[in-house]
Ligand binder design. Structure first.
Ligand code: RNT
Ligand code: ZN
Length: 422
């Protein structure tokens, strides 16, 4: 705790004693937290725009609302913004990049032509920061996705185009993982679906399974690369039917032993993903999480420290599932400072994990002994424990601002950098 300010140190020392009295080792919790990487999604920084500069708008049933000034317009601006966010987030993290963020040097490189060389700038940046990377094919915001279908498209030529894009994306992911010495998770999400009630729900799913088999045909070294597939219940303009539903991808992931991606915003409004984790991990090797927050029709609000988030973090810690879980973020808000959005969402995810790591063992003991009254009582009392003092101490030990001091840095960056962008 060398770097702690005096008041942080004082609050921490009494919090440490309080937790110790309940059998919780705060130092061990902080050490465990420092080992959990969160994969920051590049797309919060520019409203899911990418760098192809084709003038194609965002499509695929996802939408960004707001016009807060200062969004990143180039890879260098996006990296500078990420550097700023990362300087305000404790711990060592990862970058999650979408394929249309490649650096194409002003040339038109279509999605079926991308190569590892287009991502060298990102890989070099990640290497310099000691970060791993994750990757995603971009199966939206493209003329060949304009009618709402990609890998499940009725036309073979369109399917083949997207298969080639996904095949290349896996190769790029493997190149990233190899270069960075940590496996890249490449996550396939497609928007395919219908606005209104389909007659044939089966054929598109058969075509999707067939396309995925082609995408995944080539085995890649798991030391460098892992495949994930992401389901969704509905999107904007695909309210009645989504080809890649939960049941579809759960079946596909189990049959093919792929990672299943659970996005917190992709289910019914009151359906959380926390309760799914222990079930799916009995049958798939690992999972990818898209930590997000659904609000009514939108699946991608900035993550807050709410019950849904806490339940996810507690599940991972209580069941020792962190080593089989890749935690990524997935939200996009253009109505607030975008660096603040990253910082708030990532810090909240880490806070939820810290609270989970600080859980008193008496809760589990009460359940084991069948004393469910005590279990509920302790669970509620635990919410008032001084985890905030541990959080502040951890932030300062990681050379990151504690409390709301990070916001001063964001405001400073806004006036000195973001406000000068056109
Ligand atoms: C969309 C999915 C998907 C995207 C990103 C941009 O509903 O959640 O993960 O948000 O690929
Ligand atoms: Zn997602």
């Amino acid at each position: 705790m060398a770097k702690s300010s005096k008041s942080t140190a004082q609050s921490y020392s009494s919090a440490k004693a309080r937790y110790a009295g309940m059998g919780v080792d705060t130092e061990a919790a902080m050490a465990a937290l420092a080992r959990i990487p969160i994969s920051l999604h590049c797309w919060q920084g520019d409203d899911v725009g990418g760098f192809e500069n084709t003038g194609e708008g965002l499509s695929g049933g996802i939408a960004v609302t707001g016009n807060y000034p200062g969004k990143a317009r180039t890879p260098d601006e996006l990296r500078a913004d990420l550097d700023t966010a990362l300087s305000l987030i404790p711990g060592k993290h990862r970058l999650n990049l979408h394929a249309f963020y490649g650096e194409f040097g002003g040339k038109k490189v279509d999605r079926d032509e991308i190569e590892p060389k287009h991502f060298k700038g990102w890989i070099d940046w990640a290497k310099a920061n000691g970060m791993g990377m994750d990757f995603n094919p971009t199966c939206f915001s493209h003329p060949k996705a304009a009618d709402g279908f990609t890998l499940s498209h009725p036309k073979k030529a369109i399917r083949d185009f997207w298969i080639e894009h996904c095949v290349r994306s896996r190769e790029i992911g493997a190149a990233m993982g190899k270069a960075l010495g940590s496996p890249t998770v490449t996550n396939v999400w497609i928007p395919d679906g219908y606005k209104d009630t389909p007659v044939d729900r089966l054929a598109p799913r058969q075509r999707l399974a067939d396309s995925l088999d082609k995408v995944f045909a080539k085995p890649l070294n798991p030391k460098h690369h892992l495949d994930a597939v992401e389901c969704k219940l509905f999107g904007i303009g695909s309210e009645s039917y989504v080809v890649g539903s939960h049941e579809f991808y759960m079946g596909y992931a189990i049959r093919n032993q792929k990672l299943l991606c659970l996005d917190a915003g992709h289910f019914h409004p009151t359906e959380g993903i926390a309760d799914k984790i222990s079930s799916v991990l009995m049958f798939v090797p690992e999972i990818l999480l898209h930590v997000s927050r659904g609000v009514r029709w939108d699946s991608d609000h900035v993550v807050t420290l709410d019950d849904a988030l806490q339940s996810i973090a507690s599940e991972l810690v209580r069941n020792n599932l962190l080593s089989r879980t890749h935690i990524g973020l997935d939200f996009f808000d253009a109505s607030i400072n975008r660096i603040a959005a990253w910082t708030i969402g990532t810090r909240n995810t880490l806070k939820a994990l810290l609270i989970a790591l600080l859980e008193p063992p008496a809760l589990r003991e009460a359940e084991k002994s069948g004393d469910l009254t005590t279990r509920l009582a302790l669970m509620e009392e635990a919410k008032g424990l001084p985890w905030g003092a541990v959080w502040d101490a951890w932030c300062e030990s990681q050379n990151v601002p504690s409390g709301t001091r990070w916001l001063d840095e964001v405001k400073h960056y806004e006036s000195s950098v973001l406000s000068k962008r056109g």
